[in-house]
Design a protein around this ligand. Structure first.
Ligand SMILES: O=C(O)CCC(=O)C(=O)O
Length: 238
């Protein structure tokens, strides 16, 4: 635990081996696949990318992972928070041999909040080789927020950056800071890559409606400026 806490504090991202038992992670895959297939069908109809958020609200096996698996306690311990509120979850998938990259970004830009304790935990549901893993720029969480996102695939930006990525087994997870830059290549594997992210707000997070943010469809109705995220949209997981 001490190592994970040190890694998270220093680098803004830490690998948590077996955060979820492998069998429990693998048990999520059939439901994840069904959700993905349905979303891809729907996306083909509408012309929009698939919406793979708020899975826990419709799939009990994901709800149990968020609320009753010990994962929230683990996240709270690493970041040093006594409470955690679930902000949003998200399934991520890349088709076999996909060249679709995930552009470099950090997540805080999507939320009107202040505070540091809003980590995401990205959980491998399938085996993921380091070359297909979410990559991080070590220490980027300590840099001031930027206007627009830096593209670390540009050689000039990559110079001097230390990149982090890991070979992951199902159930391994990466815990990362809301300002940690992350991105991903495509998927060179012959199998579909599936990962699941939970994003949780800890003790120091406050609603800050004055902040500019990228709207990803979350409703902050009922939250009080300067107060914690609470209300039915934001259930407690710890
Ligand atoms: O899995 C991916 O490709 C992207 C994941 C991501 O950006 C996130 O969980 O914040």
């Amino acid at each position: 635990m001490r190592t994970e806490r040190e890694d998270y504090t220093r680098d803004g991202a830490a690998i948590l081996r077996r955060a979820v038992p492998a069998a429990a992670a693998e048990a999520l895959v059939p439901t994840a696949r069904a959700v993905i297939v349905a979303a891809l069908d729907e996306a083909a109809d509408t012309g929009f990318p698939p919406n793979l958020k708020q899975i826990w609200r419709r799939e009990p096996i994901f709800e149990r992972l968020a609320f009753a698996s010990g994962l929230a306690r683990l996240v709270g311990d690493v970041i040093g928070s006594n409470s955690l509120t679930l902000l949003i979850d998200q399934l991520w998938t890349k088709a076999p041999r996909s060249r679709q990259r995930t552009r470099w970004h950090y997540d805080e830009a999507a939320w009107p909040v202040s505070g540091e304790m809003l980590p995401s935990i990205w959980i491998a549901l399938t085996p993921i080789a380091a070359e297909n893993c979410l990559r991080f720029v070590a220490g980027s969480h300590r840099a001031p927020a930027t206007e627009g996102f830096t593209d670390y695939d540009e050689p000039a930006q990559a110079e001097g950056a230390r990149f982090l990525a890991w070979d992951m087994a199902p159930g391994d997870a990466i815990l990362f800071h809301p300002r940690a830059y992350h991105g991903c290549h495509g998927n060179s594997a012959d199998e579909r890559r599936i990962a699941y992210t939970l994003r949780c707000a800890g003790d120091d997070i406050r609603y800050d409606p004055a902040r500019d943010y990228i709207d990803e469809g979350l409703s902050f109705t009922g939250c009080r400026a300067g107060g914690p995220l609470d209300g039915p949209a934001f259930p407690k997981v710890l």
